[in-house]
Design a binder for this molecule. Structure first.
Ligand SMILES: [Zn+2]
Ligand SMILES: [Zn+2]
Length: 109
């Protein structure tokens, strides 16, 4: 079972819990090793802030890894594919898996 088949046919990352994502990461981890902390540190890191008070509610997005909405001041990491996650969440994810949980793009591919 290839990684892509697993993601596309059986898995909807939007509806997975953090534990399920980690399990999946470990299940496929044998062929796809994670990134080192040094590499993860190279990713752009920023603090979440509201750009516009009126659109803030709609604009608030969830971190796919933990399913929580971003709060002001949360540390975030943006992957080269433009997907954004909590810095803590994606650091744990990338230490197991070197692909973006949403689009499967290899982060340093
Ligand atoms: Zn998160
Ligand atoms: Zn992505």
């Amino acid at each position: 079972l290839s990684l892509q088949v697993a993601w596309q046919d059986n898995v909807d990352p939007d509806n997975m819990t953090y534990e399920e994502l980690l399990d999946l990461g470990e299940a496929v981890g044998t062929q796809s090793r994670g990134l080192s902390q040094d590499l993860i540190n190279l990713l752009p890191n920023s603090k979440y802030k509201f750009k516009n008070l009126f659109s803030a509610k709609k604009a608030r997005k969830r971190c796919v890894v933990c399913q929580m909405r971003y709060k002001r001041g949360d540390r975030q990491i943006k992957l080269p594919c433009k997907h954004v996650y909590h810095s803590d969440c994606i650091t744990k994810w990338l230490s197991i898996n070197k692909i973006c949980p949403i689009c499967n793009t290899e982060v340093f591919g």
